[in-house]
Every structure is written in structure tokens, then in C-alpha cells.
Design a protein around this ligand. Structure first.
Ligand code: NAD
Ligand code: MG
Length: 490
């Protein structure tokens, strides 16, 4: 982008030339059109409307998907409500078997799912291959294990499924967010109507195919594609008993208002502006890797991204020097290349938002640094970016950018670090880097964040609950906590 010039690296990086190492796509078949998945079958949308999903790295249309209207959503919810009677009455061990089978099929089709995830959303293949898809399989595997053990999950209570769950997911981890939502719902005996995000519907369409392959009873999982309006119809349908939403805080607030007084259960997983706090006794090289992973992973399209780096003042100089040098080695470009570190920005709209916020950072007097790197001509790209001299009041320190942009602030004492870390309307995640175990615990107790990583970042496991405080939402996904929103306890 135009304002790049100011940050040329002080020391030229040792550059290694890599030959291109593209992942093959010939094993993948993307249909030119996808219908809605309702009652176990792909059905034409009543709306007769379609929209394109594109590859953000090339701007080429990959497929046309249906845009579900009110009648379509009603059909999907009705199919889910019908299926609920028999699904919830199945012996739990049989439900477990279906969920387990889904997990195995995701593993079997991992390569195909990873390639489609990368084509549709722009994330590097090494991430979809090594993180998104294996974690999605792991979630189904984990919750399959709970399906016939719910009495042990909630001792001395009688857990009962709720009914139809309406689930709306974002575009940053399409298949993984699907897994976080669908796996616990099914394991607890509920049925599902899921709405994927409009820019990344394709792995959900493949997942519909997986459900058919697993011979999941018709109507247990229904998938309706569309944009925000379709999402609002799913959330608002009177027969939906539980709503799970992941996305922006703005839409989360809308949904909370929409559902007030309806008696529907709700969990919200919204935005974040996490502090990644580095103390002067931290191993700096390790911390640099953690900072890079924290903010440049998935182009920074991560709700728990470590987007505010808080560095202890005494080590800010050497740490930033190492970090800037490291940025020059990040490879930005073709998401299908196995050596790519930073892929394409998910949509034109998201790129506009990132550019506007970065401009505001420059206007507010922060100092911008971007490594020199060539960007492909077509597609949507943004260089890994960091800002120093950031004021706490500046927009880039307060607002979620959801892009590869790091704001660096400093602190002197642990108290000041806590004060600054908590100075945000969000509270999803945080990182602490220090050699002292006691300081990790001291910080974790004081930071208002649902997840605190110590000497690591963006580490996920299906057994561990995830979720926020304050404007980052409420409710937990993952682990035993992730089952609770899907059961009624008698
Ligand atoms: P969004 O909240 O608009 O979209 C998320 C999902 O909600 C999509 O499936 C969308 O179709 C659906 N949706 C939109 N309006 C709806 C409504 N009124 N009722 C029900 N569903 C609705 O997010 P976005 O516009 O794609 O991204 C905007 C910002 O949101 C990003 O810049 C980022 O800050 C944040 N975001 C956060 C996460 C997260 O993981 N927490 C994910 C995506 C985006
Ligand atoms: Mg797409």
C-alpha cells in the first residue's frame, strides 16, 4: 500500500531463495454450484438466488452457492426439529459412533479439506493442513468421547439436549469453527442448522458431503448458506432453542438484543484486542517467535490475536530489532505454496478495513514499519506491519484490526503491564513471556482474559475451554465447559 515507504529494515535480512512448492489441487473437485443441505440432501433454494465465493489470492470465482431466504431457513429448522425426536432418543453410544465417524472422515479427507479451505479463504496451506483440519477432526473425536458419558460430565444431574441449535460462524477458521459448534451440539443430542460465512462456504459444503458419507440421519445437520440476513433468520427462528455465534462484537450485540426475552440460550464469541506481554527476563528469541505467531498467523484474522505487544521498556530496543529482522524473513504470497507464512486477506472489504485503520495509525503519529516484500499483482494482500510509538488512546491500540498489524507499547512495572493489558473493552486472550513461574500466575490472575498463554501463543486443544469476558462475549467452547451450553440440567 501507499504508505509503506517509511520502514525499510536497518539490517538487510539473510534471504534464502525457495523454489515454489505448490500444493496440488488436482485431487479436489469443487462443484460450480452448491445447493442448500437440508434433511440430509442437497436441495434447490426456494429463493432461487445465488452468490459467488471467490479465491482471495486470485479474485477468481470458485463456485456459486445458494442464498437461503426465510422459506429455506424455515425448511432447514423444520428438518432439524423433526430429526431431533429420533436423534435425541438414540442410545448415546450410537450417537457417539456417528460423531466419531465424522472425525475419521475429516482425517481421511484432510488433504482435500485443507486445499479447499486455503482456496476459499486465503490462509496458507501449512496452516489449514497442520492446524485447521487436524484440530477440526480432534474436536469431533473429543466430543464423540463425551456423548455416552454425559452423566459423568454433569455428576448428579440429568443432562438433556435442548433441541435445534442455530449456529452462525465467521470466515477466519471456517471448518474449525464449524467443528467447535457442531461437535458438542451433536454429542449432547441436539440437531443443528449452521450458517457459514459468505466468503468461505465451501468447506461447510464438503462437510455436508461428509455427513452423508457418515450416514448421519437426515436432518441432524442442516447447512444454509447466505449472508447476514440469512444468519439473522436462523438466529430469529422461533423453533431454534439455542444460538451460538462467532463473529464481530457489533453483530453479537445485535443478536443479544434480538434474543432478549425469547428464552433462547445464547453463547457469543466476539472480537478481541489481546495484550502479549514480554518481561525483561523472557527468552527473547522464543518471544519473537511467539509474537510473530500471535499476530501474523492467519494474516491476523484471529479473534484472539496478540495484536497489542506490551514490552518491558528495558528490553524494547533489542526485542524490536530482533522482531523487525524476523519480519523480513516472512514469506507473503501464494497461500497454496507450502513455504508461505502470510497468505491473502480474506476479502476486499476486510482489506479496506485494515488499510483504513493503518492509515489512522499513521495519522495519529505512530511509527510504521513494514518489511520490503513483493506482493502478487492480483488478489488481496497486506504486508506484515508493526507500529511503534503507539499511544494508548490511538485507534490502532483500541480497535480490532483483524489483519497482520501489531501495535507495540511499553511498560516499566508489572502493575503497569496489567493496567495497560486490561485497558480495553475486550477480554478474550492474553500472552505472558517471562522465566518466572510466580509472575505468570500473578499476571494470569489479574488479566481479564478468558485464555492466558504463558511462553507460547495461539495454542489450541479441544479439551481446553475458550471464550471471553466483557465485549469479547460469553460462554465457553471446547472442553467440558463447551458441552454445558447444549444441555438442560434436571
Ligand atoms: P460479522 O460479524 O458481520 O460476520 C460473522 C458471521 O455473522 C457471518 O456468517 C455473517 O454472515 C453473520 N452475520 C452478519 N450479520 C448478522 C446478523 N445480523 N445476524 C446473524 N448473523 C449475521 O463479521 P464480518 O463482517 O465478517 O467481520 C467484521 C469484523 O468482525 C472483523 O473485522 C473482525 O473484527 C470481526 N470478526 C471477528 C471474528 C471472531 O472470530 N471473533 C470473526 C470474524 C470477524
Ligand atoms: Mg471465498
Amino acid at each position: 500500500m501507499a504508505i509503506a515507504k517509511r520502514g525499510v529494515p536497518a539490517t538487510p535480512s539473510p534471504t534464502f531463495e525457495y523454489a515454489p512448492a505448490p500444493e496440488a489441487t488436482d485431487h479436489v473437485r469443487i462443484a460450480s454450484k452448491y445447493d442448500l443441505f437440508v434433511g440430509g440432501r442437497f436441495v434447490r433454494a426456494h429463493s432461487r438466488r445465488r452468490f459467488a465465493t471467490v479465491n482471495p489470492a486470485t479474485e477468481e470465482t470458485l463456485s456459486e452457492v445458494a442464498e437461503a431466504d426465510e422459506v429455506d431457513v424455515d425448511r432447514a429448522v423444520t428438518a432439524a426439529a423433526d430429526a431431533f425426536r429420533s436423534w435425541s432418543a438414540l442410545p448415546a453410544a450410537r450417537r457417539a459412533r456417528y460423531v466419531f465417524r465424522i472425525s475419521r472422515l475429516i482425517q481421511e479427507r484432510a488433504r482435500e479439506l485443507a486445499v479447499v479451505e486455503t482456496l476459499d479463504g486465503g490462509k496458507p496451506i501449512k496452516e489449514s493442513r497442520d492446524v485447521d483440519v487436524p484440530l477440526a477432526a480432534a474436536h469431533f473425536f473429543y466430543y464423540a468421547g463425551w456423548a455416552d458419558k454425559l452423566e459423568w460430565a454433569f455428576p448428579n444431574r440429568r443432562p438433556r439436549p435442548l433441541g435445534v441449535a442455530g449456529q452462525v460462524i465467521p470466515w477466519n477458521f471456517p471448518l474449525l469453527m464449524l467443528a467447535w459448534k457442531v461437535a458438542p451440539a451433536l454429542a449432547a443430542g441436539n440437531t443443528v442448522v449452521l450458517k457459514p460465512a459468505e466468503t468461505t462456504p465451501l468447506t461447510a459444503m464438503l462437510f455436508a458431503d461428509v455427513c452423508q458419507q457418515a450416514e448421519l440421519p437426515p436432518g441432524v445437520v442442516n447447512i444454509v448458506t447466505g449472508a447476514g440476513e440469512t444468519g439473522a433468520l436462523v438466529v430469529g427462528h422461533p423453533a431454534v432453542r439455542k444460538v451460538a455465534f462467532t463473529g464481530s462484537t457489533e453483530v453479537g450485540k445485535l443478536i443479544q438484543r434480538q434474543l432478549a426475552g425469547t428464552g433462547k440460550r445464547l453463547t457469543l464469541e466476539l472480537g478481541g484486542k489481546a495484550a502479549n506481554v514480554v518481561f525483561d527476563d523472557a527468552p527473547l528469541d522464543q518471544a519473537v517467535e511467539g509474537i510473530v505467531n500471535g499476530i501474523y498467523f492467519n494474516q491476523g484474522h484471529v479473534c484472539c490475536a496478540g495484536s497489542r505487544l506490551l514490552v518491558q521498556e528495558s528490553i524494547a530496543g533489542p526485542l524490536l530489532e530482533k522482531l523487525k529482522r524476523r519480519l523480513t524473513t516472512l514469506r507473503v504470497g501464494d497461500p497454496l505454496d507450502k513455504n508461505t507464512d502470510v497468505g491473502a486477506i480474506n476479502s476486499r472489504q476486510q482489506l479496506d478495513r485494515i488499510e483504513a485503520l493503518v492509515r489512522s495509525g499513521v495519522d495519529e503519529g505512530a511509527e510504521l514499519y513494514q518489511p520490503e516484500c513483493a506482493l502478487p499483482e492480483r488478489g488481496w494482500w497486506f504486508r506484515p506491519t508493526l507500529f511503534t510509538n503507539v499511544a494508548q488512546s490511538s485507534r490502532i491500540a483500541r480497535e480490532e484490526i483483524f489483519g497482520p498489524v501489531l501495535s507495540v507499547l511499553t511498560f516499566r512495572t508489572p502493575d503497569e503491564a496489567v493496567e495497560k493489558a486490561n485497558n480495553t473493552p475486550y477480554g478474550l486472550s492474553a500472552g505472558v513471556w517471562t522465566e518466572k513461574g510466580s509472575r505468570i500466575l500473578w499476571m494470569a490472575e489479574r488479566m481479564r482474559a478468558g485464555v492466558v498463554w504463558a511462553n507460547t501463543y495461539n495454542r489450541f486443544d479441544p479439551t481446553s475451554p475458550f471464550g471471553g469476558y466483557k465485549e469479547s462475549g460469553f460462554g465457553r467452547e471446547g472442553g467440558l465447559h463447551g458441552l454445558a451450553p447444549y444441555v438442560e440440567l434436571a
